[in-house]
Ligand binder design. Structure first.
Ligand code: BTN
Length: 278
C-alpha cells in the first residue's frame, strides 16, 4: 500500500466535514486490497476517529454477497483535478467512510447512502434496492456497508465504488454504466468533492431519524417500482416500492411480501443486469 502526494481536495473536504464529524481525516492511497477491508482491520485494531479512505486501485475490491468489485486498472491517483478519468487511470472512484454510529435501527442505511450519492451526482440517476445506483438500465455504482463492534461501540464502514469511464465488461452479463455518460471527463477528486459532505450529512440524519427522511427521495428514483421482478430465492412478483424501514415490497401471487434480507438480490424481469456485480 502506498501513500500518495495528492492534489485530491483533502483540505477542502476536511474543512467541510470536520465541523460535522470531529476528528475526521482523509487518506488517499495509490493501492490497497480493499478500502472496506482496510478500515475494518483498523477498527478491529482499535481505530476510533472517523476517516475517509480513498484508493486509486483496489486489488481485492469487494461487493455484496461475497462478490468481487472490479475497479481500476493500475493508474496514478495524484493527477491534476479536472483531468479525464481514463487519462489518469481512474476507471472508478473507490472509497470508504468509517465512523462510530448508533442509530436506533440500522435498516435502510445502504438505501439512504444511495439516495445521498445519487442526489449529489445527477438527477438522472436511479436506485435499485438495496444498494445499487443505476443509469439507463445499467449499474453505475455500488455500496457495501459493513459494521464492527469494538470496546462497546459499533462502527460502520460505508464503501462506495462509482464507475467513472467505461471499462471492460468481460464476464458480466451487461457492461456497467459510467459517469462520463452524464458528465464530461469526470475525475475522481472532483466527483469525491461533490458528494462527501452530503454523504456525511446523510449518515448523521440517518443516525438521528433512520430511513424515514429518505423514503420519498428513494421512491422518486426507484428503478424497480411497478416492474416485474425476480428474487434470487426464486420469488417473483411486482415491485411496489419500499416501506419506512427501507424493506422492499413485492406483490406476489400469495400476497404482499416484505423483503428485508440482505442475502436476497433482485432484478427486474427483462434485464440481464446482475443484481450486485459491479
Ligand atoms: C456492490 O455493488 O455489491 C457493492 C460494491 C462496493 C464497492 C466499494 S469500492 C470501495 C469499497 N471497497 C470495497 O472493497 N468495496 C467498496
Amino acid at each position: 500500500m502506498g501513500q500518495t502526494m495528492s492534489i485530491w481536495p483533502i483540505q477542502a473536504i476536511t474543512l467541510e466535514v470536520a465541523p460535522l464529524l470531529p476528528g475526521f481525516t482523509i487518506e488517499v492511497l495509490s493501492e490497497i486490497d480493499s478500502t472496506n477491508s482496510e478500515l475494518m482491520r483498523r477498527i478491529r485494531a482499535g481505530w476510533r476517529d472517523p476517516v475517509l479512505l480513498v484508493a486509486g486501485r483496489q486489488t481485492a475490491g469487494r461487493g455484496r454477497l461475497g462478490r468481487e468489485w472490479q475497479s481500476n486498472r493500475p493508474g496514478k491517483v495524484d493527477g491534476a483535478a479536472g483531468e479525464a478519468g481514463a487519462d489518469r487511470g481512474w476507471h472508478a472512484l473507490t472509497f470508504s467512510l468509517a465512523l462510530a454510529l448508533a442509530p436506533k435501527d440500522w435498516s435502510g442505511l445502504s438505501l439512504a447512502m444511495g439516495v445521498s450519492v445519487a442526489c449529489s451526482l445527477h438527477p438522472e440517476l436511479q436506485l435499485k434496492w438495496p444498494n445499487d445506483i443505476w443509469l439507463r438500465e445499467r449499474k453505475l455504482a455500488g455500496i457495501l456497508i459493513e459494521t464492527a463492534s469494538f470496546a462497546g461501540r459499533r462502527y460502520a464502514v460505508i464503501g462506495i465504488g462509482i464507475n467513472l469511464v467505461p471499462r471492460d465488461g468481460a464476464g458480466m452479463r451487461t457492461p456497467p454504466a459510467a459517469l462520463d455518460e452524464l458528465l464530461p471527463a469526470p475525475a475522481g477528486p472532483a466527483v469525491l468533492r461533490s458528494l462527501v459532505a452530503d454523504l456525511v450529512r446523510a449518515v448523521l440524519l440517518f443516525e438521528a431519524r433512520g430511513f424515514a427522511p429518505f423514503q420519498a427521495a428513494f421512491e422518486a428514483r426507484d428503478v424497480l417500482r411497478g416492474r416485474d421482478v425476480v428474487l434470487s430465492d426464486g420469488m417473483a412478483g411486482s415491485a411496489a416500492g419500499v416501506d419506512v424501514s427501507g424493506a422492499l415490497l413485492v406483490h406476489t401471487s400469495s400476497g404482499m411480501k416484505v423483503i428485508t434480507s440482505a442475502e436476497v438480490s433482485v432484478r427486474p424481469v427483462g434485464t440481464n443486469v446482475s443484481a450486485t456485480g459491479s
